[in-house]
Design a protein around this ligand. Structure first.
Ligand code: PGA
Length: 255
């Protein structure tokens, strides 16, 4: 059975299983999309949102959702990486979602992992998002085991803008499962900053599995600290968190 916890600006749903997590997250997305069909939406990669994307595709095919008016941005991308690389986030978003819904290809912007100058690409990307800030309706997020949102790795400040980052060893190791060898994981990335993410009117954070349990608890109840970039969400005005029982374990023990 779903458990709902309200912490002022943060609503937390704890679901029994991965299907229910996917459905709940899709419900949250769908409600925003229905209210703001011409809005700007930020998407995330990783294994966590895949179930939600499958739900969204199913609802689109059932004529319940229309993505024809949206503008889509992506949270991050490896750098450097060829767009054609099947581990690029460009490839991920196309195959997991964009190729299966009616979002206009002209209205999709993903950080360019092939850009010659990564810093210039970050500036271009940040500017493009800021031009849509007025209707930046929703940002979808996963969370790393190290507490990152996007690739905002543990550091001594919250990055304000889209930035070019060196990936944390823990992130490289966590993502090695998608590559043939750990050495194939790119060492850098382009990511929305924490400040960029905070511009979204609403944030939807999804996390599943025991491995995320401690970091979810620290994110939502611990000190706001750039060592866990997700903790900045405590300062956001409208966050929905969808967890499975495993990811909620440590949090529920504290409440
Ligand atoms: P995951 O990645 O969904 O594959 O666990 C989340 C993240 O690193 O942000």
């Amino acid at each position: 059975m779903t458990k709902q916890i309200n912490l002022d600006n943060i609503t937390i749903f704890v679901e029994d299983d991965l299907h229910s997590v996917a459905r709940r997250a899709a419900d949250v997305f769908a409600a925003v999309l229905t209210a703001a069909p011409a809005g700007t939406y930020g998407f995330a990669t990783g294994s966590t949102p895949v179930g939600m994307y499958q739900e969204l595709i199913a609802r689109y095919r059932a004529d319940e959702l229309d993505f024809g008016g949206i503008t889509a941005f992506n949270l991050d991308e490896y750098y450097p990486i060829a767009k054609s690389n099947d581990q690029s986030y460009e490839h991920f978003m196309k195959t997991q979602l964009f190729d299966h819904i009616n979002v206009s290809k002209d209205n999709i912007d993903i950080p360019n992992g092939e850009a010659i100058d990564p810093e210039a690409e970050c500036m271009r990307y940040e500017k493009a998002i800021r031009a849509n800030a007025n209707n930046f309706e929703l940002q979808v997020l996963g969370i790393g085991e190290n507490g990152h949102i996007g690739f905002n790795e543990p550091t001594d400040h919250f990055p304000a803008h889209t930035n070019y980052v060196e990936l944390d060893k823990s992130t490289i190791n966590a993502n090695a499962r998608f590559f043939d060898a750990v050495d194939d994981v790119p060492k850098h990335a382009l990511t929305m900053g924490v400040g960029t993410i905070m511009m979204a009117k609403r944030v939807l954070l999804v996390a599943t599995g025991f491995k995320k349990s401690d970091v979810i608890c620290q994110t939502l109840l611990g000190a706001i600290n750039p060592c866990i970039s997700a903790s900045a969400l405590q300062m956001h005005r409208d966050v929905t968190v969808v967890l499975d029982a495993d990811a909620a374990c440590a949090l529920l023990a504290q409440l």
